[in-house]
Each structure stands twice: as C-alpha cells, then as structure tokens.
Design a protein around this ligand. Structure first.
Ligand code: ADP
Ligand code: TRP
Length: 322
C-alpha cells in the first residue's frame, strides 16, 4: 500500500506527537511504501516569519530522521519542493464547493481562536487533498483532528473522477490513529503546544527533569494507597513500560508508601533511556545540516517523478493540454 502523511513544521515535538503520530509513521514504513513530507506551505497559513519557518523545517526534518525515518526506503521531502502540488491544488479548487470548505471544523476552530481568516486557511483542505491525490496515496495515517480533511479529499477525488468521467485519482482510505492513547500533558489535559503543557522529547536533560518533576498529581500523602488509573505520571510511564513494569508500578501505587516523586523519577529514567539513542543521532545530524538538506532534496526528486505523471494526466483530462 502507498502510505502518505504530512507534518506541519510547527516547533518542538513532544511526547504526544511521538506516541500519537510519529512512532506509527515510522512503524508503517516497514511494511508499506511510505511518502512523508514536511507541510511547509500549510505552515505558511499561520506563520509569517521566514527565519522561524526555516528553523522549524530543519528541526522537524532532523527529528523525524533521528527517530527512524529511513530515507533509503521512504520518500521523505518538503512539500514546497514539489510545485506540481500547487498546480493540482488550483485545479481542484475549481471543483470544490464553497460549502464543503465552510463546514470544515479546523477552519471554524482557527477563526474561533482569533486567527484572522486568510484565504490560505480557508483553502487549506484543498491543498491537503492535492498532497494526497498527486501521489496516488491509498492510506493516510492522521490524527482525529484531520479526519474531516481526508473526507474532503475523498469527496474531491470522486467529484473530479465523475466530472471528467475518468478514474484519474485513487480514492484514499483514512487511517485514523485515534486507537492510540491521547497522551496527557503535565497538567492532565491533552498534551499540546497550544496548552503549554508539553514534555519535549529533544529538550536538554535539565529542562526535561524540571518538566517531569512538575507533572500535576493529587495530594494523597506518601504513605496512603493511590489510584494509578487517575494519575498522569502513571499514564505517561505506561507509554514506555513493559507489561510487567506497569503492573509492578500499579502494585506499588495501591500498596501505599510509594510517593509521586519516586514515580516521576522512574518516568524520567524511562524517557531518558528511550530517547538517548535518538538524541545522539540528532546531535550528529545537527553538525551536518547540508546532509539533511540533501536528503530532503533527494526525496523531492523521487516525489516529483510521480507528481509529474499525475499532473500531466490531469492537465490532459481537464483540457489545458492541446
Ligand atoms: P499540537 O497539539 O501540540 O499543536 P499537532 O496538532 O501539531 O500538536 O499534532 C501533530 C500530530 O501529533 C497529530 O497527528 C496529532 O494527532 C498528534 N498529537 C498531538 N498531541 C497529541 C496527544 N496529546 N496525544 C496523542 N497524539 C497527539
Ligand atoms: N494538515 C496536516 C496537519 O496539520 C498536515 C498535512 C498536510 C497532511 N498535508 C497532508 C497530513 C496530507 C496528511 C496528508 O497535521
């Protein structure tokens, strides 16, 4: 199956991004032909700071590569390096009903959160549809928040195929990653950059320690029994622990005499042990940024071959090729 997903370059990545999305992207590349890209044109709809955008793009590229994207097997690239996508996005806008976009939650949410409604934010799902359709993607692993955008993509693919009476586009399946746990932040709400409650996976050790030690818990005294199922520290520990380690910690909670401070230290050890090899790899990569740029460039060359085939077919089908 051809799997495709995009990630916005929006800053430092956290445990929620890792366990909710990136880890699964990395696993999926083993069994499938994966296309993963950095959605820089999507990021432009909300970020108008060139230096910040450049930094974010390289950051997320290094994060993904350090965590295990294999550029030999997976096509890993930057959205803006495949300009055919923009051309397809325009052609798709011409068959996109206004109402379809007006109904999109993410557009309405952004407006409700005070982001001024530029046309890019409104047309965002059409560009996303172009991203997906141009590579004949079959499976699109995304978080729940993106589900509606995949539905828009499916609608547009069918609408286009019908309008021109030709099976130009593969109608993709959504692959919602909601079966994976929602990772809680240090305040117990969903971990999210917008709540400022994240534990960033490539943070330096001392700020990581500070974050872990500040995870909110209830005030059950040390000697009393505690309920692991309602504890943020335990929920985070469970993401890393084996079955046996989990039940050992559960027993300690229930017995009493086990403090949250100790649980936090055990969690910190787990985080450090898990991410240490990735940190080293990332630090190496940071020393050779030009290699990271080369990897993205080589990925774009591979992506362009397929994008070009699709766009030529589309141009011909809509009648602009004479
Ligand atoms: P943020 O909320 O920090 O801005 P994004 O919306 O950029 O994060 O999320 C990028 C990806 O990470 C999405 O696919 C999303 O489903 C996943 N993700 C983000 N936060 C969490 C979380 N707390 N638990 C599980 N998955 C998450
Ligand atoms: N909109 C997605 C997000 O914010 C990123 C994205 C852009 C994407 N194009 C895509 C995801 C195509 C999957 C497929 O997370």
């Amino acid at each position: 199956m051809r799997v495709l997903s995009g990630v916005q370059p929006s800053g430092k990545i956290h445990l929620g991004n890792y366990f909710g999305a990136m880890k699964h992207h990395i696993e999926l590349q083993k069994e499938h032909q994966a296309f993963y890209f950095i959605a820089d044109y999507h990021a432009l709809t909300t970020l108008n700071d060139a230096n910040q955008l450049r930094e974010n793009i390289l950051d997320v590229a290094m994060d993904y590569l350090a965590l295990g994207i294999n550029p030999e097997k997976t096509v890993f690239f930057k959205q803006s390096d495949v300009p055919q996508v923009m051309e397809l996005a325009w052609i798709l806008t011409t068959i996109t009903p206004m109402g379809l976009l007006e109904r999109c939650h993410s557009y309405k949410d952004k407006i409700a959160n005070g982001i001024s409604p530029n046309h890019g934010i409104f047309a965002y799902p059409v560009l996303m549809a172009a991203d997906i359709l141009i590579y004949n993607s079959q499976l699109v692993p995304v978080g729940k928040d993106q589900k509606q955008h995949i539905e828009v993509t499916r609608d547009l693919a069918m609408k286009f195929n019908n309008a021109y009476n030709e099976e130009v586009f593969t109608v993709p399946e959504e692959y919602i990653m909601e079966q994976y746990a929602v990772v809680p932040g240090i305040d117990g709400r969903k971990m999210s950059k917008s709540y400022g409650n994240t534990i960033d996976i490539f943070a330096d050790k001392s700020s990581l320690k500070k974050k872990v030690m500040s995870i909110v818990t209830d005030c059950t005294p040390l000697e009393d029994p505690k309920d692991p199922s309602s504890c943020n520290v335990f929920a985070l520990y469970s993401l890393f622990a084996s079955k046996d380690e989990k039940s050992e910690m559960e027993d300690m909670y229930r017995k009493g005499g086990f403090g949250y401070g100790t649980a936090k230290k055990m969690l910190l050890e787990k985080i450090n042990a898990h991410f240490e090899p990735y940190r080293q790899k990332r630090a190496e990569m940071q020393k050779d940024i030009s290699n990271v740029k080369d990897i993205l460039f080589e990925g774009a060359v591979k992506a362009q071959i397929i994008a070009q085939e699709t766009i030529e077919k589309v141009r011909s089908v809509v009648g602009v090729t004479l």
